[in-house]
Design a protein around this ligand. Structure first.
Ligand SMILES: Cc1cc2nc3c(=O)[nH]c(=O)nc-3n(C[C@H](O)[C@H](O)[C@H](O)COP(=O)(O)OP(=O)(O)OC[C@H]3O[C@@H](n4cnc5c(N)ncnc54)[C@H](O)[C@@H]3O)c2cc1C
Length: 475
């Protein structure tokens, strides 16, 4: 679809030169997100600065029936903001104001383009923080977090984004600005719940009212070292079965450890087959006892070593190693594809064995990173993007892993969303009637399907096959 000069002029007049991006060189950065197997350039990107500008932009696109895709920071890993056959991208990177901090009521109003970590930084001096902490939190935006209902290492105890939202300001696909309330006293439908996780298919979030949490009085972070992922998985079940709910319970296998050790030099033992990072928080009284119980559970499951981060510096380095593990993978491979599946926690050992079998059968190296406490696995399939046949095997292996998660009563995504990557799996994950109900919801908000078409719900559900360009590699 070639955009007319008239609409380009009108959009430019709204967002001014600084918010108007065109030309192949400038647009390259917008051609994919963290899912790099498919790429496409929009014809232009517009970056409104205010809700009013966003409303005008969306209103113009609506009046001309032009499809568009919302984008935050582009850290998504399922192709949610891929502009496949979508001429316009609407970004929130200039909407970066924290409009209000209300400590007395433990809430803040933040614009969609505010980076996740900035919220916690802004309230830290008051003894508060914003709990959802995706590992990408130094880059990803609050709008993207809402659209993906993002989780993170601390999801186990604190829940995901939707559990921390009190209200949303939205620009609907016809340009109308609405506020949907989720505070305890708000009557009516829980539209915040419906909107959160909708991956930009219902409209654009322009601001969120978020709940602030008190910074815990004390935190203890332990490292458990295991001969392999099976033993570490057993420790995860044992800790939870002991009635302990850690704030975080994360696992890295030997391949991930080798990459992060080379990058960040934490001092992981060279022969570790897997490690668990276990974080406990709350009142200082009783925390030491909990650490002992966690250590016992780990040792019984086969840990060769369990130690507690000695100080804040060591704790920060441990978390850096975990949260930047994705980035460190570049040391092992030209490209990798991050999978994101969920299994019941007790079945982690089984899925780990299945992933190993898939890895061997396809001749692919697969590293394992997990929000283990949630049963949320992130197998990282390593490959060379110049090898087309390998790319095909990567896609097959990813699908097999996710089908195995479904067969165990799990899910095809824990936090990364469907985007375009997992459209083909929606028919396996949901009945036709459920997909119809989802499509009806989308049609209620987005009747012309202009806002982020071709995402989340397969358009041709009768055959489930989704027609889209062949992967072109990436990294
Ligand atoms: C290294 C790394 C680590 C990660 N770790 C985690 C993790 O621990 N937990 C986790 O959940 N995710 C994780 N992610 C995935 C990703 O960071 C999250 O999904 C994040 O919320 C995306 O935010 P974003 O601003 O980059 O959104 P984008 O990638 O720009 O967009 C994501 C989706 O949201 C839509 N969207 C964006 N902004 C808006 C808006 N304002 N209104 C409506 N729709 C919008 C887009 O259309 C797209 O469908 C990780 C990614 C990377 C690269």
């Amino acid at each position: 679809m070639a955009l007319s000069k008239k609409i380009k002029r009108a959009l430019r007049a709204v967002v001014s030169d600084v918010g108007f991006v065109e030309g192949p060189a400038s647009l390259r950065v917008y051609e994919c997100d963290g899912y790099t197997l498919e790429k496409a350039q929009p014809e232009l990107v517009v970056l409104p600065k205010t809700t009013e500008e966003m409303s005008k932009v969306v209103g113009l696109l609506h009046s001309e029936a032009i499809p568009y895709v919302p984008r935050g920071a582009g850290t998504g890993v399922s192709g949610g903001c891929l502009p496949l056959d979508i001429p316009v991208m609407v970004g929130t990177s200039r909407m970066r104001e924290i409009r209000n901090i209300d400590i007395a009521n433990r809430r803040a109003t933040v614009e969609a383009g505010v980076v996740n970590l900035e919220v916690s930084r802004a309230v830290a001096a008051h003894g508060f923080y914003y709990a959802p902490d995706p590992s990408s939190q130094s880059a990803c935006t609050i709008g993207g977090n809402v659209a993906e209902n993002s989780g993170g290492p601390h999801t186990l105890k604190y829940g995901v984004t939707v559990n921390h939202l009190l209200g949303l300001e939205l620009v609907l696909p016809d340009g109308a600005v609405v506020y949907i309330d989720r505070s305890a006293e708000a009557p009516g439908y829980d539209l915040v719940g419906a909107f959160t996780g909708s991956e930009g298919t219902l409209g654009i979030v322009t601001a969120a009212d978020v709940r602030l949490e008190r910074t815990p009085e004390a935190v203890a972070t332990q490292l458990g070292v295991f001969p392999g992922v099976l033993e570490a998985s057993r420790a995860v079940s044992a800790i939870i079965a002991a009635g302990i709910i850690p704030a975080a319970l994360e696992m890295m296998d030997a391949l991930v450890i080798s990459a992060v050790e080379a990058a960040y030099h934490f001092g992981f033992p060279a022969d570790a087959g897997a490690v668990l990072i276990i974080e406990l928080d709350g009142l200082a009284a009783g925390l030491d006892d909990l650490c002992v119980r966690v250590e016992d559970a780990c040792r019984e499951a086969g840990a060769s070593e369990v130690r507690r981060a000695a100080d804040e510096t060591e704790r920060a380095l441990l978390w850096k190693s975990r949260k930047r593990a994705f980035g460190a993978m570049g040391r092992l491979t030209p490209s990798y594809c991050t999978q994101d599946g969920v299994v019941p926690r007790s079945r982690l050992p089984e899925i780990v064995e299945i992933v190993a079998e898939i890895s061997e059968r396809h001749g692919l190296r697969i590293a394992n990173l997990m929000h283990a406490g949630d049963g949320n696995i992130h197998p990282l399939v390593l490959y060379d993007d110049k090898d087309e046949r390998e790319v095909e095997r990567v896609i097959m292996a990813g699908h097999e892993i996710l089908e195995a998660c479904l067969a165990m009563g799990g899910s095809v995504t824990g936090e990364h969303g469907i985007g375009v990557e997992k459209l083909d799996l929606m028919g396996s994950a949901f009945s036709a009637a459920t997909l119809d109900a989802m499509a009806d919801l989308r049609a209620a908000f987005n009747p012309e399907n202009l806002c982020n078409p071709h995402k989340v719900i397969p358009t041709d559900r009768s055959c489930v096959e989704v027609v889209r360009p062949r992967p072109r590699g990436g990294g």
